[in-house]
Design a protein around this ligand. Structure first.
Ligand SMILES: Nc1ncnc2c1ncn2[C@@H]1O[C@H](COP(=O)(O)OP(=O)(O)O)[C@@H](O)[C@H]1O
Ligand SMILES: [Mg+2]
Length: 255
């Protein structure tokens, strides 16, 4: 994964949804200095589904936060949908994230006073964008919550709440949807449903998705698994089986 000029699609727009060049992230200074990312290069094609794996503390969350514009790299550049976000001012970055980035966290972060439909459409309201009712209906149907659209989060299971969060991440048709261990708080069955949904929706919508996961079965759904160790790339596996993925993780010292 070496650095090279952006690849352009037939219409002149970048064929890549996400591109990181030489991204370095350092926390603290002096003896408290931690190198969370040590020069990461990454290019993800539009519509691709990527899993990020690596031992705890290897920089997975830092990578996701840098790529999504939640955190500023110490050096290097990040391009999302062809825009170099690393050079945006804070206010521009906030607006860009709101309009073009979807993020699904381990905690669902739904607003308890809003119902399912209102939670899903909140990003549009915040951006002052018009709601397309058919798109909302499609997403509700995709995440299996059509009959619960008027329920409050407290009336839903954890898996259902995370499916609301996924629909909310998709409603703006973002360049990339990021998930940082989105199934980490769920039992394995609901977790699998949520990840299947994300993988399936990504394919159906040609939506670019990047998830951090510890689950080799989940990762085996991805087009590519990228391994991180100590803030740097430690290889990748395309269309790996759960057993192959487990072997790679074992060799990285995770299990
Ligand atoms: N806000 C922070 N301040 C200082 N160090 C941090 C901060 N966030 C992460 N780190 C450190 O950066 C490294 C990578 O962390 P992280 O990206 O959270 O790893 P992972 O998600 O793979 O567990 C770790 O050593 C972690 O302690
Ligand atoms: Mg993490």
């Amino acid at each position: 994964m070496t650095s090279s000029p952006p690849v352009m699609g037939p219409d002149g727009s970048p064929a890549e949804a996400l591109r990181l060049d030489s991204v370095v992230k350092t926390y603290g200074s002096g003896s408290n200095r931690v190198s969370a990312l040590r020069g990461v290069n990454l290019a993800l094609a539009k519509g691709s589904f990527t899993a990020i794996m690596g031992p705890s503390g290897s920089g997975k969350s830092t990578l996701l936060h840098s790529a999504a514009g939640l955190d500023k790299p110490t050096s290097g550049t990040v391009q999302l949908g062809g825009t170099e976000i690393s050079s945006l001012r804070a206010s521009q970055l906030t607006a860009f994230r709101r309009d073009h980035v979807g993020f699904v966290f381990q905690a669902y972060n739904l607003l308890p006073a809003l119902n399912v439909e209102e939670n899903i459409t909140l990003p549009l309201r915040l951006a002052g964008r018009r709601l397309e009712p058919q798109w909302l209906d499609f997403l509700l149907e995709s995440v299996g919550l059509t009959d619960r659209r008027h329920r409050r989060p407290s009336e839903l299971s954890g898996g259902q709440q995370q499916r609301v969060a996924i629909a909310r991440a998709l409603i703006t048709r973002p360049y990339v949807v990021f998930g940082d261990e989105p199934t980490g708080a769920l039992d394995s069955r609901s977790g699998k449903q949520v990840l299947d949904l994300l993988a399936h929706t990504a394919k159906e919508l040609n939506q670019t998705v990047v998830v951090v996961t510890h689950d080799p079965v989940v990762a085996s759904h991805a087009d590519r698994v990228i391994f991180l160790a100590d803030g740097a790339f430690a290889g990748h596996l395309d269309r790996g089986t759960p057993a192959q993925i487990t072997d790679r993780m074992t060799s990285l010292g995770e299990w």
